[in-house]
Design a protein around this ligand. Structure first.
Ligand code: HEM
Length: 444
């Protein structure tokens, strides 16, 4: 039977896609968020414009995937959950990511050569305890996270000014260093600065040469922590998980360090959602009040907060898209076929807010993560989906939920900026500038 190619975006549609989807997404930074660009994007709600463009493509071409002419590349935009399911149950990461992440030492799971990816994946799953009901570090982390929350509350209280993103982010980075590298790294801002420089270059893909000296200095510090790893850190678990040297176990550490930045953005945005939805904040507080004072939070409070983090990532996914390169000829749900080495794009920001596949697309609905409404919905991938689901998801949600629990236990968060709550009757924006959010944290 002759093979049928997917529908193709016309020239005006390609220009519209470049202007409203590809360029704004790249400008905000995939690996290190660029605050000025994030602010600009939020100012014009860039993701809403991208959403309109993709909805227009679907009206015009139907639910099948649409191919886009990008110089030197075959790009395919998915527009239906059936095709998303197909993408998530196959193939590894894209060339753009690989190009950018080559700035890092040595090879991380997202960029490792294809032949060592299964070993790297298995190694990551082992260290991050993918299949356990709770990560083995939770007991050790449980006091450290509230300690950092307390330090943050003291800082905000003594400064007499509202909670700013810079303070929250600095506290979160301390938590991250303690989890990944150990307590000795708590105040090692230098290691984070070096990583930020590598990340900033990585966002230019192959257009910038990797900075060898920065890379070496960063790696030397990471090695030093790994060589004398504290028992209650991810660095210590590196030595315990099976991994051939060729799969570069140490090379996974930079990825864990920088991936935690997305967790801090999701947690801070979730705080804004809770401050804007007092009914949900009251439920969290009631569950926290029931907690044993020796424990930071009850299971109920933590599961509701975990759902709030997932909801924050659904409403404002980081990054907005997941890309894959197909490794074989692929047939999509409408019978169209694409050759191997096609870059497939799942634009999360479109799917997660698509009323066609989600009744609560534009509402904050944390309960949908608890009562099964979001189960098996392939339009949703806040932490990816299927076999490539982020192996550290439990650690991610636990860290963020435990921090929010510690902040909200004795304090109320009042959203000061933006001045209007992120709640009805105003529609929730598709783009959020987390750096501009401000909160008054007042004792209960
Ligand atoms: C909110 C925070 C995070 C988000 C939204 C996120 C999201 C993602 C996404 C979308 C992928 C690509 C999956 C795919 O291609 O389908 C990924 C991969 C990965 N993430 Fe995260 N991530 C986060 C935090 C973390 C953290 C904190 C860690 C480690 C401690 C981590 C470890 C990994 C690893 C190891 C992979 C590669 C998985 C593989 O090779 O299959 N992530 N993450």
């Amino acid at each position: 039977m002759p093979q049928r190619p997917p529908a193709r975006a016309s020239l005006p549609e390609t220009v519209l896609l470049a202007a409203t989807v590809f360029l704004p997404t790249a400008a905000q930074g995939a690996i290190l968020r660029r605050p000025r660009m994030v602010r600009l994007a939020a100012g014009c709600d860039a993701n809403r414009r991208a959403h309109r463009t993709l909805a227009h493509l679907r009206r015009r071409h139907g639910e099948g995937p649409v191919s886009v002419l990008v110089p030197g590349r075959r790009v395919l935009l998915l527009l239906s959950p059936q095709d998303a399911r197909h993408m998530f149950t196959a193939t590894p990461a894209t060339r753009e990511k690989a190009g950018g992440l080559h700035h890092f030492p040595p090879d991380g799971a997202l960029i490792g050569p294809t032949e060592s990816r299964p070993e790297q994946r298995a190694f990551n799953e082992a260290v991050l305890d993918r299949d356990a009901s709770a990560h083995r570090l939770f007991p050790a982390l449980t006091p450290r996270i509230p300690e950092e929350a307390q330090a943050l509350l003291t800082l905000v209280g003594s400064s007499g000014r509202p909670l700013h993103w810079e303070d929250f982010s600095a506290a979160f980075r301390r938590i991250t260093r303690r989890i990944v590298l150990g307590d000795a790294a708590r105040d090692d801002h230098r290691v984070t600065q070096l990583l930020d420089r590598l990340r900033a270059d990585a966002d230019w893909l192959t257009l910038r040469k990797p900075k060898e000296r920065v890379r070496d200095a960063f790696l030397a510090r990471v090695r030093a922590y790994a060589d004398s790893a504290e028992p209650d850190s991810l660095a210590a678990l590196v030595a315990t998980a099976p991994c051939p040297e060729s799969a570069e176990p140490l090379g996974q550490i930079p990825h864990w360090l920088f991936a935690y930045d997305a967790v801090s953005i999701a947690a801070y945005s979730a705080l804004a959602l809770l401050a804007s939805h007092p009914e949900h904040a009251a439920r969290v507080r009631t569950a926290l009040d029931d907690a044993d004072p020796a424990q930071p939070a009850t299971a109920d409070a933590l599961s509701l907060l975990r759902a709030c983090i997932l909801e924050s990532l659904r409403l404002w996914p980081i990054p907005p898209a997941i890309h894959r390169d197909t490794t074989a000829e692929t047939t999509w749900h409408n019978g169209t076929t694409t050759p191997a080495d096609t870059t497939v794009v799942f634009y999360r920001s479109f799917f997660h807010r698509d009323p066609q596949h989600l009744a609560h697309a534009d509402h904050f609905e944390p309960d949908a993560w608890l009562d099964g409404r979001n189960d098996d919905n392939w339009a949703l991938a806040p932490l990816s989906h299927g076999p490539a689901m982020l192996p550290g998801q439990d650690l991610v949600l636990y860290t963020a939920a435990t921090l929010l629990a510690a902040l909200l236990r004795d304090h109320k968060a009042l959203l000061l900026l933006p001045r209007r709550p992120l709640a009805p009757p105003l529609p929730l924006p598709h783009t959020i500038d987390h750096t501009s959010l401000r909160f008054a944290l007042t004792p209960k």
